[in-house]
Design a protein around this ligand. Structure first.
Ligand SMILES: [Mg+2]
Length: 143
């Protein structure tokens, strides 16, 4: 396995030189609005041809399977012995590791929300508000 720089040494601006000029490169402490993520992820998927009308359109079930696949990639990176916070660049410059796979989960979910007009912002607020009303370790589950 090639040596990898620690996540702290990654210059994420180098991953998005166009974005660096627009102030959306991944600097530590950066925040992103959920709706901006949805708009950017879905817009990029459209521009990259994943929603071309001449393609068979993915079903919602297939989209859910793709969410699962990114979670599985995160698990595999962990099973390979990487710390969950470790991210590095592959030989082709592709971000690798658990953080990159978790980012893929968000990107895929955001694309689905954009394509299907799912109001994730409202859903997140509703769920967080509801969860705040639940009792300590509700349901008595172990994990
Ligand atoms: Mg992935």
């Amino acid at each position: 396995m090639p040596p990898r720089p620690a996540a702290d040494t990654l210059d994420l601006r180098a991953l998005d030189p166009a974005g660096a000029d627009e102030g959306r490169a991944g600097e530590r402490g950066e925040t992103m609005e959920i709706q901006d993520l949805i708009d950017e992820a879905h817009g990029m998927a459209v521009r990259k041809g994943w929603h071309d009308p001449d393609l068979a359109q993915r079903t919602f079930a297939e989209e859910c399977a793709l969410f699962h696949s990114e979670i599985s990639e995160a698990l595999e990176a962990y099973r390979d012995g990487h710390d969950p916070a470790e991210m590095w660049l592959g030989e082709d410059g592709k971000p690798e590791g658990v953080p990159a796979e978790l980012a893929d989960v968000f990107i895929r979910i955001a694309d689905t929300c954009g394509a299907r007009k799912i109001d994730l912002v409202t859903a997140l607020r509703a769920k967080l508000n509801f969860n705040s009303t639940r009792p300590h370790r509700h349901g008595g589950k172990r994990v």
